[in-house]
Design a protein around this ligand. Sequence first.
Ligand SMILES: [Zn+2]
Length: 274
Amino acid sequence: MTFILLTMLLMLGIGLLFWLPKFRLQRAIARPFPRHYAQILRMNVPVFTKMPADLQLQLKRLIQQFLHQKKFVGCDGLTITDEIRVTIAGKACLLLLNRATRVYPDLAFILVYPSAFIVPRSEVAAGGLVTRRNDALLGESWSDDRVILAWDHVKRSNADLGVGHEVGHDVVLHEFAHQLDSESGSTNGAPYLMSRARYERWSAVFLQEFALLQEAARHQSVSVIDHYGATNPAEFFAVATEAFFEKSVALGQEHPALFAALREYYCVDPREWQ
Ligand SMILES: [Zn+2]
């Protein structure tokens, strides 16, 4: 009798263990979207105001899930505010709209610095000589559990319809594209695509476009895709994602095959939000 009771209690405990997080998540998503969150989106994710109502609703739900599941950590004395959380979540979740996907399942932490952060690097040359240097970064994505961002550059990217050298660049879109890329098991420029046929189509388009960008970078010719994407296929996917959302009309005109591949993957057409 005691054994049966203990077994039942154990099963109940295990059931609760699985049910409770889902219940909490459903409750978080069902909560009304705070008005000041919507205000932050209008200010810092201006594309939100141009989306149709169904996409706005989707984005709000994704943001609520993101905020419920991910932990923000302020670094170098930065205090995490709702503006920081909602702005980063809003941009990160733009990449998930209309897609049957989870919300960055491997990501647990977003570390936010006030401005560019220093990362020590070491390189081993062919002869075994180790050189060390400090790199100042605006963002970094780790495939295990974290994204690191410089808040002043996140803010500057927000002026995506503004002027200056930041036009068309968005550090949040860039780093979260790396997160999607790493979901396939390796960060190599090909995110998870579900079928072999889609991988074949993807690699045909991306290899050709990557070679074109390398050529453009070599000759320093103007390109709608940042030359930094010529570094390697992973960076190419990240900067192509930035261009897809931030310079969609120009990318569609100048690189129609790449635009079509990205539209198929992201399941949205940002040209409609201009
Ligand atoms: Zn990158």
